[in-house]
Write a protein that binds this ligand. Structure first.
Ligand code: LLP
Length: 437
């Protein structure tokens, strides 16, 4: 078991032969997911936390394709869902209602009735939601507590503290208990999740705070410490999570807490990124290579335009996220000296650049000479990339393929089409005289 979950070291990122054959067979742009890597990640987390009363929920917002959910089911994972459609996708994949947990910031009465009828545990993130659950006939719930501090890879992924909208603020727990009591709802679980990309120190502090809160809930059977396990996207800057140390600390605290309470309290965790980030790559092709010149006549930037963009991976544009990128020539051949390249997408949008920092400044990378037709491989695409894709500029969505455990590849989602782009519109608004395309 390795402590370092680095996206750069993944097989799907490193294997030139595999990548060339995938582009030859399925064309590009293409998402590729590695089933064996997902399974290995699940086992890493399971083995790291030897606590006897543990359930690990996959935060399926990270990547919610059926083929992925089925692997999670097979690996014994449960589900953290953030919308009713995610609940339904998990049910379709074969999860039972008991294995699904719903954490959403807002919902309608109709959604809550559906969840109550199916007996899916709702993690209420506001006192208004406890009210709504009472109106929907709920008899038990979990509550998400904002413990007053957060920690994430950046401000957009930080989900605790006074500037975070998430959860019930820790100084309002008495009001939450009163709201639940009014409807006869038992609070059987408490939950905290302080951010995506949380380091060990913050994890351990929040674990202690959450267990302190837990002492005040007499019906408690479960403590859910959320997700947020970080992965290494950039070997130079990112700190790997010492996962065994983390798991041992959680286990010890839960054993002590159960002993103190005089009964076995279940621990739940809900990682998303850690289970899938390194298991996906995005493949594309260089379509143009061009350069600019500064006003003083000095060299500007060398741009490589690829047939994908922020529509297929918005993380660099949204958060300044770093994704390792390499190019592979269609055949082995000698290339010119390395140069600084800015890797940009094909969209009519100036922010459509993959090699940027959080402020949007261009961050060229040194690479061997790149030519039109070279294959671009982008690592770390398993988590929050396919899930955040869009059809901006009316571009078709990529197909997704999975490398199965036996080494065969299988398409798990087909490429998008113009019909897909126009489907919902065409169902309700059509001009009979429109030309057929
Ligand atoms: N539990 C809850 C309640 C969450 O909101 C999340 C993520 C997770 C678990 C899983 O966190 P993870 O283990 O994946 O860090 N789009 C951003 C990430 C947003 C995370 C949202 N919540 C990104 O691309 O980095």
């Amino acid at each position: 078991m390795t402590d370092v979950n680095s996206v750069e070291d993944s097989r799907v990122y490193q294997d030139d032969h595999l990548i060339r054959s995938l582009v030859a067979q399925y064309h590009s742009p293409l998402y590729v997911f590695d089933a064996a890597a997902i399974r290995a990640n699940c086992r890493t987390v399971k083995q790291a936390v030897p606590y006897a009363h543990l359930h690990i929920r996959y935060a399926c917002k990270a990547l919610s394709l059926q083929a992925v959910l089925k692997i999670m089911l097979d690996e014994g994972m449960w589900i953290d869902a953030s919308s009713i459609n995610e609940v339904h996708r998990a049910l379709i994949a074969g999860f039972t209602p008991e294995q699904i947990y719903y954490t959403g910031e807002g919902a309608t009465l109709g959604v809550y009735r559906d969840l109550v009828e199916r007996d899916v545990l709702v993690n209420c993130t506001s006192i208004d939601q406890i009210d709504l659950l009472g109106q929907a006939g709920g008899t038990r719930c979990s509550i998400r507590i904002n413990p007053g501090e957060g920690h994430g890879a950046n401000t957009q992924t930080n989900t605790g503290g006074p500037s975070s909208k998430h959860g019930i603020y820790f100084d309002q727990l008495d009001a939450a208990k009163a709201a639940a009591a009014q409807y006869g709802i038992r609070i059987t679980a408490i939950h905290s999740h302080i951010g995506s990309g949380t380091d060990l120190g913050h994890w351990l502090r929040i674990k202690d705070k959450t267990l302190d809160f837990a002492r005040g809930f007499p019906d408690l059977d479960t403590v859910n410490l959320g997700g947020g396990l970080p992965v290494v996207y950039n070997k130079t800057n990112d700190q790997p999570m010492p996962i065994r140390e983390w798991g041992a600390a959680l286990t010890q605290s839960m054993q002590e807490f159960s002993a103190e309470m005089g009964r076995d309290i279940e621990l739940q965790l809900e990682p998303g990124r850690f289970l899938v980030a390194n298991a996906g790559v995005l493949l594309a092709e260089a379509q143009a290579v061009k350069s600019t010149t500064n006003a003083d006549g000095s060299d500007g930037f060398n741009f490589v335009i690829v047939n994908t963009g922020l529509n297929h991976n918005i993380r660099p544009a949204l958060y300044g996220s770093y994704h390792p990128i390499r190019f592979i020539a269609p055949k082995d051949e000698n290339r010119g000296a390395p140069r600084d390249y800015v890797i940009a997408g094909y969209l009519c949008e100036s922010g459509d650049v993959f090699t940027v920092d959080a402020a949007g400044n261009l961050r060229p990378r040194v690479m061997d000479e790149i030519r039109v037709g070279d294959i671009m491989v982008m690592a770390g695409v398993g988590a929050y990339v396919h899930a955040l894709k869009s059809e901006y500029n009316s571009m078709n969505l990529p197909a997704s393929v999975m490398i199965m455990e036996d080494g065969t590849t299988r398409m798990i989602e087909r490429r998008g089409t113009l019909e897909d782009v126009m489907r919902r519109e065409a169902e309700v608004y059509q001009d009979e005289n429109a030309p057929k395309i």
